[in-house]
Design a protein around this ligand. Structure first.
Ligand SMILES: CC(C)(COP(=O)(O)OP(=O)(O)OC[C@H]1O[C@@H](n2cnc3c(N)ncnc32)[C@H](O)[C@@H]1OP(=O)(O)O)[C@@H](O)C(=O)NCCC(=O)NCCS
Length: 151
C-alpha cells in the first residue's frame, strides 16, 4: 500500500463514496474544487496496485488544523488503513509545524472513535444535536508537537 497526495484521477472515487462529507450529495465540480483547488486543504489517498482504498483530508488554520474527512472502502476496513492514513496526515502536519489537530465525530460512530482514541485524540467538547438525525458530535483534539509516536 502507498499513501500519496490526491490527484485529479481520484475525484471520481471520492465523489461516488456514499454518505460522505464530499460524497454524491455534492456536484462533481464542488468535490473537484475542494480537493484540487482549496489551497488551505490537503488530501492524501491510500492505494494498492492503483486501486483506491481510502482517503483523509485536513484543513489548515494557521498553526492548527482540522481533519475534515476520513474514509476507507467498506471491504477494506479493520486492516489498519484508516490508522495509516491518519499517521501519514500527522507526519505532513508536523512538517508544517501544526500544533493542534481537531476533528468532529458522531458519538454513534464507534469505529471512528476507536481509531481516533487509539491515535491520541481526546474529547474536549460536545456539540449537541449536531447532525441531521439529532445525534451529538464530539469535538476531539490531539496535541501534535508533544506527540512522540512513530509518525
Ligand atoms: C472509521 C474508518 C475510517 C476506520 O478505518 P479502518 O481502516 O477500518 O480502521 P483501522 O483498521 O486502521 O483501525 C484503527 C483502529 O480502530 C479500531 N476500529 C476500526 N474499526 C472498528 C470497529 N468497527 N469497531 C471497533 N474498533 C474499530 C481498530 O480496532 C483499530 O484499533 P487498534 O489500532 O487498537 O487495532 C472506517 O470505518 C470508515 O471509513 N468509516 C466510514 C467513514 C467514517 O465514519 N469516517 C469517519 C468520519 S469522522
Amino acid at each position: 500500500m502507498v499513501i500519496r497526495p490526491l490527484e485529479a484521477r481520484d475525484v471520481e472515487h471520492i465523489h461516488t463514496r456514499p454518505g460522505q462529507y464530499l460524497g454524491a450529495h455534492r456536484s462533481r465540480l464542488e468535490v473537484e474544487e475542494e480537493v484540487l483547488k482549496n489551497v488551505l486543504a490537503q488530501y492524501l489517498v491510500a492505494e494498492e496496485d492503483t486501486h483506491f482504498l481510502g482517503y483523509v483530508g485536513f484543513w489548515l488554520h494557521e498553526e492548527n488544523a482540522e481533519i475534515v474527512t476520513l474514509y476507507v472502502n467498506e471491504e477494506k476496513r479493520q486492516k489498519g488503513i484508516g490508522k495509516a492514513l491518519m499517521e501519514a496526515a500527522f507526519k505532513e502536519l508536523k512538517k508544517l509545524n501544526i500544533q493542534q489537530l481537531t476533528l468532529e465525530v458522531s458519538v454513534l460512530n464507534t469505529a471512528a472513535i476507536a481509531l481516533y482514541e487509539g491515535c491520541g485524540f481526546k474529547v474536549v467538547a460536545t456539540r449537541k444535536q449536531y447532525y441531521k438525525d439529532g445525534s451529538d458530535a464530539w469535538l476531539m483534539l490531539k496535541e501534535l508537537q508533544d506527540d512522540h509516536t512513530s509518525a
